[in-house]
Design a protein around this ligand. Structure first.
Ligand code: NAI
Length: 214
């Protein structure tokens, strides 16, 4: 496929297309029109056409989209055709919940290690992956070709751990700690704040019930 610059807004929407197309594939749907996909996804058919036109040649007049092809191509754009080894740092409630989530692997994200500073957790395994102590972090990253670190530690300790990670070969951090990390530019950070999403829900409820008027 031809390489083109794709807007960030489109990139933001790609995982949702990927998810819907994956469901269609699971249901053995071979092709779908933009209008049927738009009804399923609750977005306009023109938005779908515009978004998918970015990748050229996926849709055909009178045929619609080839689901498998589109799914595969979007997967490639998202880098899901390659394996991504990751570690989790912070084996508390959230870290353990993420470690227990098996389906990441189906998208190519392979959990290789879990790290903490609490010695009581050392050696406990989650889905066969042992919790290790933070002192072993650098060597583990080096030896296991780790690409992504998931940070599920308190924000007070996140800066220090981020500094440690900056000295390794880590390429990206999935940051759940409620703080902005200061890292060299070559390390990509994706922040996740579930509470932001909850606050947006609260706002929308306020509007729909008339509690908030503006
Ligand atoms: P928790 O207290 O259950 O677990 C934190 C774990 O981090 C503990 O096991 C602790 O020993 C470990 N830890 C502390 N310092 C460390 C260090 N320097 N290196 C390695 N491990 C270290 O907390 P929980 O509920 O799992 O939450 C973890 C963090 O994630 C909290 O800061 C919380 O505010 C945040 N959080 C963020 C969410 C989000 O949407 N971004 C949602 C829920 C929690």
């Amino acid at each position: 496929m031809e390489e083109r610059e794709i807007s960030q807004a489109v990139i933001q929407r790609l995982p949702r297309y990927y998810r819907y197309l994956g469901d269609l594939l699971d249901n053995e749907v071979e092709r779908i029109s933009s209008s049927d996909l738009s009804k399923k996804m609750n977005v306009t058919a023109s938005q779908i056409r515009q978004d998918l036109n970015n990748f050229g040649g996926f849709g055909q007049q009178g045929y619609g989209y080839n689901v498998k092809y589109l799914y595969t191509e979007i997967g490639k754009i998202l880098g899901l055709d390659e394996k991504h080894n990751f570690i989790i740092i912070g084996a508390g409630n959230l870290g353990q919940a993420l470690a227990n989530y098996g389906p990441f692997e189906a998208s190519g994200f392979v959990l290789k290690g879990i790290f903490d500073v609490n010695p009581h957790l050392e050696g406990i395994t989650i889905r066969g992956v042992a919790i290790r102590m933070l002192k072993d972090l650098n060597q583990f990253i080096e030896e296991n070709d780790i690409e992504i670190a998931v940070l599920t530690i308190p924000k007070t300790n996140a800066g220090e751990v981020a500094d440690m990670l900056a000295d390794t070969k880590i390429k990206g951090i999935w940051n759940f700690a409620h703080t902005d990390l200061k890292l060299p530019k070559h390390i990509i950070v994706e922040n996740v704040h579930l509470s932001d999403s909850l606050m947006r829900l609260s706002y929308k409820i306020g509007h729909s019930t008339g509690r908030l008027t503006e």
